[in-house]
Design a binder for this molecule. Structure first.
Ligand code: FMN
Length: 343
């Protein structure tokens, strides 16, 4: 029996990928996940916004130095009207480079620590920086790159099509400069989800990761204040991803990884049956530790043995929308008695 799968052209010994999260931000955990049998690991994202914040802090804290440098700059380029701006941009770039250096070092070390594919992850908000970061990460030895893009459609002045264009612009720019495969990890806030995801696959995404789970604010009714919601996924949160993996499998021209709410072998098997090429776990590791990896893999193997499947290819996508007799079942959204089996 073999659990080996292909994902974005990479050979994975099994479809279980440790998703990007705080736990994949250190080498000790990454080594443990590889030892426990994970097929691949996605490193903790580097956040452009964080780099920007650190850069601003650096600029504030070293304002005197900045003034000093600007004076020198002014002296050299005497009379130049934008001397201050240039000096500031120079220092901002220096700070950015400095912060990014740590992440690149982490990618290099992770690559050397484990022999499973290491997928780096970046979350940036501007076109220029995505490209810049991506190229440096490739040079650092990442086997693939996951672009973690989440445009929350909360701007009253931005139409759906404008929000969606951001994904295409970033993908196009990054793909132009990279040789390693690129996955897009996204949320589900798209006005025409099926249409847009198909277009993104045609625009060069090597895989779509469905879906990233946003951090959601909550309200504390006793303190009458905003609070953080539970960040870990619950038992039934896999269902949205399941519907869309099933709907897109066999239609999009890229691989699919299921994410959110995969807490056990049963859920993982469902996603594979729906058509996922691989699946990612994060909350399961926070809740149960690295032991969950062999438990999920063992559960998949036992089920395969019971069903007489000898490889993942034997059943992958078997219950995808394009394979079943009544595909409309994946399009039902109303709780009609006939389908929900309840009044
Ligand atoms: C504490 C925490 C930190 C996370 N950090 C990242 C991150 O840096 N980058 C990213 O793409 N996803 C991040 N995620 C999202 C997870 O990778 C995953 O998509 C999400 O938690 C849903 O999967 P799950 O149900 O298995 O947890 C994070 C999740 C958690 C719980």
């Amino acid at each position: 029996m073999s659990l080996t799968v292909k994902y974005m052209g990479l050979t994975l010994r099994n479809p279980l990928i440790v998703g990007s999260c705080g736990l994949t931000g250190n080498l000790k955990n990454i080594r443990e996940y590889a030892e426990m049998g994970a097929g691949a690991v996605v490193l903790k994202s580097v956040f452009e916004e964080q780099i920007r914040m650190e850069t601003e802090q650096f600029l504030k804290s070293d304002h005197e130095k900045l003034k000093e440098w600007t004076a020198t700059f002014d002296a050299i380029v005497s009379g130049a009207p934008h001397a201050w701006d240039e000096a500031e941009a120079y220092i901002a770039n220096f700070a950015k480079e400095h912060t990014l250096k740590d992440y690149l070092e982490f990618v290099r070390e992770a690559r050397q620590t484990v022999d499973i594919p290491v997928i780096a992850s970046i979350h940036c908000v501007s076109k220029y920086d995505w490209t810049y970061f991506a190229r440096r990460i490739q040079e650092a030895g990442a086997d693939a790159l996951e672009l973690n893009i989440y445009v929350l459609p909360s701007d009253f002045n931005s139409e759906g099509v404008q929000n969606e264009q951001v994904y295409f612009d970033i993908l196009k720019e990054v793909k132009k400069h990279l040789a390693i495969p690129v996955a897009l990890k996204i949320g589900s806030y798209f006005s025409g989800l099926a249409f847009t995801l198909k277009k993104l696959s045609e625009a060069g995404a090597d895989a779509l990761v469905l879906f990233n789970k946003p951090y959601n604010p909550d309200i504390d009714i006793h303190k009458l204040a905003l609070t953080a919601s539970d960040i870990y996924s619950g038992e039934n949160q896999y269902q949205k991803s399941l519907r869309w993996i099933a709907s897109l499998s066999g239609v999009v021209s890229c691989d699919l990884a299921a994410s959110t709410g995969i807490l056990n072998a049963e859920t993982a098997i469902k996603q594979l049956l729906a058509g996922a090429d691989a699946f990612q776990i994060a909350s399961a590791l926070y809740k149960h530790g690295a032991e969950i990896i062999p438990q999920i893999l063992g559960g998949i193997e036992s089920w395969m043995a019971e069903k007489n499947f000898s490889s993942v290819a034997d059943f992958k996508g078997m219950l995808g929308k394009s394979k079943i007799e009544h595909p409309v079942a994946y399009d039902r959204v109303q709780f009609m008695k006939h389908y929900a089996k309840i009044e």
